[in-house]
Design a protein around this ligand. Structure first.
Ligand SMILES: Nc1ncnc2c1ncn2[C@@H]1O[C@H](COP(=O)(O)OP(=O)(O)OP(=O)(O)O)[C@@H](O)[C@H]1O
Length: 255
């Protein structure tokens, strides 16, 4: 199962991605969670301690590794566009609560899809995760899709946008849907988070087609408490766990 979770900063992609990862791990599945976010914080939500997290360097910031694999350095502007990366997920991930975390970080492409060595590495690792791993892969990504090539998206099982009940989030969903269509993604699905009441639910239902709506996660102060204490929301809120379990069931049934 390969799942990409996208959305604007702060909407709750990390909360959702981390909880989903832990639910799969609880079933005994091998789970790899990849953090492809400039504000990489998936580790905390999975349950890592601060010390371990401080020791993790995102792959895209490992200059030596990028140089070694791509052949690019200050003198050499030419580099391999197909660097070897298949060993990277196992070598550079760390495990907690049954989930392996691989922090990739991100590369600023200015929306134009730069072809710097770091970006080549990032795209190739993501491609490798999606095409060549047989376990569950959950990617926590920023809204842009520039790290995904067509070959990658065609093999992705779920493309999920996390939104809040508001016009700006709906706009993000529409933008992602447009970009995703160009990349051959069959369906972009939505998880509406921080839903407070029936009006919020009605707003979401009015703006998101029924077939794209995976479910709701309600606004819950336990999630904020977990965040404040640097803990996994999974260990703090049974309600959110149940809501995300319901969403997972829909995903698993292939509905
Ligand atoms: N259902 C919820 N109820 C209340 N607060 C929530 C809920 N979901 C997320 N939050 C809070 O919203 C904030 C952002 O959540 P989270 O880090 O999961 O979002 P994100 O989209 O991954 O953000 P970023 O892009 O900055 O990584 C956190 O403080 C989190 O505790």
């Amino acid at each position: 199962m390969k799942i990409a979770v996208t959305g604007k900063g702060g909407v709750g992609k990390t909360t959702f991605a981390a909880t989903l990862a832990r639910l799969y791990a609880d079933e005994g599945r091998k789970v790899l969670a990849a953090d492809v976010d400039p504000d990489a914080n998936l580790g905390l939500a999975l349950g890592f301690d601060d010390e371990t997290l401080d020791s993790i360097v995102p792959i895209t910031k490992m200059r030596k590794l990028v140089e070694e694999r791509t052949g690019a350095n200050e003198e050499n502007q030419f580099y391999r566009i197909n660097p070897k990366v298949d060993d990277i997920p196992d070598t550079y991930s760390k495990e907690v609560n049954g989930v392996k975390l691989l922090v990739l970080g991100t590369v600023e492409t200015g929306g134009g899809g730069c072809v710097c060595p770091e970006h080549v590495m990032l795209r190739r690792i993501i491609n490798n995760l999606v095409l060549h791993r047989d376990d569950v892969v959950i990617m926590d990504m920023e809204a842009g899709l520039e790290h995904l090539g067509r070959g990658t998206t065609e093999s992705m099982d779920q493309f999920i946008v996390v939104i809040e009940p508001g016009a700006r989030s709906v706009q993000t969903y529409k933008n992602v849907k447009r970009l995703a269509k160009d990349l051959g993604v069959k369906q972009v699905r939505v998880v509406a988070n921080k839903v407070r009441n029936e009006e919020d639910e009605a707003f979401v239902k009015a703006h998101i087609p029924q077939e794209d709506l995976l479910g709701f996660i309600h606004y819950n102060t336990e999630v904020m408490d977990a965040d404040r204490q640097g803990k996994s929301p999974y260990d703090f809120s049974n309600t959110v766990k149940e809501e995300i379990t319901n969403i997972k069931n829909i995903i698993d049934q292939g509905l």
